[in-house]
Design a protein around this ligand. Structure first.
Ligand SMILES: Cc1cc2nc3c(=O)[nH]c(=O)nc-3n(C[C@H](O)[C@H](O)[C@H](O)COP(=O)(O)OP(=O)(O)OC[C@H]3O[C@@H](n4cnc5c(N)ncnc54)[C@H](O)[C@@H]3O)c2cc1C
Length: 329
């Protein structure tokens, strides 16, 4: 099997050599190679044997000195060193990406290219949520779960929220933060649900790696959790089927995840799945979150693009500032 490992990035990159785009680069002279990426809706980074390829999709804006270039998509190929140079001011590391020769120490079957992102980290999301709830409670914020909002209406006196439980409440202002479920209350907003299947194994006697790994453009993701492995993804195997808010199994995708676990990630030992579940992300054509006023008293902060653990605090804070009228933008 010819498995290639890919990395998916969610922050700004730039590049230099071999730019393929509808832009007049020839006029810039042969010695000027540095191209800065000002904007692109989607960034994808693919690691090949000797070089990297960046795919930029949607509303791409590049610049070289004072010359700006615009296109719908661009493919940029260059060396890892140049990417690290441009990332350095952001990550404050001279070598954000380092190759992991062979990657054989992890025991992944057929893995030929592995790249370590030294700026990436992992956290325990359960503890994160517990701390957040504790902090809110300490500040006197009441937390009410298990109530489903079916509709909202704004009046001069406030916002009335109807619940699936059959009663309603009126509040002065609302921040809608329902992410992948956003269209249920904001039908015109460009936020689609994207379901993902996830498994966690039973504790393993021997765990051959620690850390989090992205595979196949980031569509698969796995990490250690104590002595277990958590593996999720495979949405690209049925994107239409997984465009749903229904928390349910997808047998074909679950079978693919199991196959990946048994044949590539842990080919050397027997492994048992302890539990399966599914989760819903909020995605759109653009990777950027939507943080915007819906009306005078209602703000929405949604479409976290599958990066809400990393972006959530910033998105939440921005939404809160907007609804409190403290936004600097
Ligand atoms: C499998 C998987 C893996 C992920 N991995 C990563 C990762 O590695 N890194 C990363 O940064 N992000 C990751 N994410 C994305 C991250 O989990 C989300 O971006 C983040 O949870 C979004 O937070 P949120 O609070 O905006 O929305 P959610 O966590 O989705 O919370 C929305 C809440 O709103 C509730 N709700 C919805 N509709 C209503 C309604 N009508 N009335 C009342 N309540 C409602 C829902 O029940 C839910 O509790 C992953 C997501 C999934 C599914």
């Amino acid at each position: 099997m010819n498995h290639k490992f890919f990395l998916f990035l969610s922050f700004f990159l730039f590049l230099a050599l071999g730019l393929h785009a509808q832009v007049p680069v020839d006029t810039l002279g042969p010695q000027k190679q540095r191209v800065d990426i000002e904007h692109a809706d989607v960034f994808e980074l693919i690691q090949g044997r000797n070089q990297m390829t960046q795919k930029l999709l949607g509303d791409v804006e590049l610049s070289q000195d004072s010359i700006y270039m615009y296109c719908d998509s661009a493919i940029i190929e260059n060396r890892r060193e140049r990417i690290n140079e441009v990332l350095a001011p952001i990550t404050e590391m001279s070598d954000t990406f380092v190759p992991v020769p062979g990657g054989t120490q992890f025991g992944f079957q057929g893995a030929r290219h592995l790249l370590l992102n030294q700026a990436e980290g992992q956290l325990n999301t359960g503890r994160l949520m517990r701390s957040l709830m504790q902090r809110a409670q300490d500040m006197g914020i009441e937390w009410q779960g298990g109530i489903s909002i079916t509709a909202w209406t704004e009046t001069a006196g406030g916002v009335t929220l109807s619940t699936a439980q059959g009663w309603a409440l009126t509040v002065s202002r609302v921040l809608l933060a329902t992410n992948g479920f956003a269209q249920q209350l904001l039908p015109d907003w460009e936020v689609l649900p994207a379901r993902n299947q996830v498994l966690i194994t039973k504790p393993l006697a021997k765990l051959p790696f620690r850390g989090c790994f992205h595979y196949d453009r980031g569509y698969y993701y796995f990490r250690d959790v104590g002595q277990r492995i958590l593996l999720g993804g495979g949405r690209h195997l049925d994107k239409i089927g997984e465009t749903t808010t229904e928390l349910a199994a997808h047998p074909t995708i679950r079978a693919a995840l199991l196959h990946l676990l048994q044949t590539v990630i842990l080919p050397e030992q027997a492994v048992e799945v302890d539990r399966w579940w599914s989760g819903i992300m909020g995605v759109g054509q653009q990777k950027t979150p939507l943080i915007s006023a819906v009306s005078e008293r209602v703000v929405a902060a949604v479409r976290l693009g599958g990066m809400g653990v990393a972006l959530g605090t910033w998105v939440g804070e921005s939404g809160a500032e907007l609804i409190l009228g403290e936004s600097s933008s």
